[in-house]
Write a protein that binds this ligand. Structure first.
Ligand SMILES: [Zn+2]
Length: 137
């Protein structure tokens, strides 16, 4: 312990100054103790302390996309020409995560027809395949 960043005791918590370092350490501690973190889930601290890496405070919860995530991706799709694509990283390689992404984006991208294809590295390729016409052309 304490090889990379110094920890300090704070009440019941074990803290690291940098919250993103703490996030990574929490995840590593969890994996050492219990094994893999399922895709679409993150290791959070039950005490609500973002600096806390105490294993007894660690628990799994579903990853929640920040509000507006799909809206932003949908806006990006709308600026593409038909046939163009871009990649979104970190969606996950399992079907559940990909389906969640797909349905979130389909709901947000109401003006465009999109195709979502999962990549082996956990990203997805979002391709604009057409536009819905509301005018009835
Ligand atoms: Zn804690």
């Amino acid at each position: 312990m304490g090889k990379f960043s110094p920890t300090r005791q704070h009440g019941d918590c074990e803290e690291i100054t940098n919250p993103s370092t703490a996030f990574g350490r929490r995840r590593r501690n969890w994996i050492e103790a219990y094994g893999d973190v399922p895709a679409g889930q993150v290791v959070d601290a039950s005490c609500g302390n973002k600096h806390c890496i105490a294993l007894r405070h660690a628990y799994l919860r579903a990853r929640v996309e920040p509000p507006g995530t799909y809206r932003k991706i949908a806006d990006r799709v709308h600026k593409l020409k038909v046939g163009q694509h871009f990649e979104v990283k970190g969606v996950g390689t399992d079907e559940r995560s990909r389906n969640r992404f797909r349905s979130g984006l389909y709901a947000a991208a109401r003006l465009d027809k999109v195709s979502v294809r999962g990549q082996p590295d956990g990203s997805v390729r979002v391709t604009k395949v057409g536009e819905w016409s509301s005018v009835g052309a």
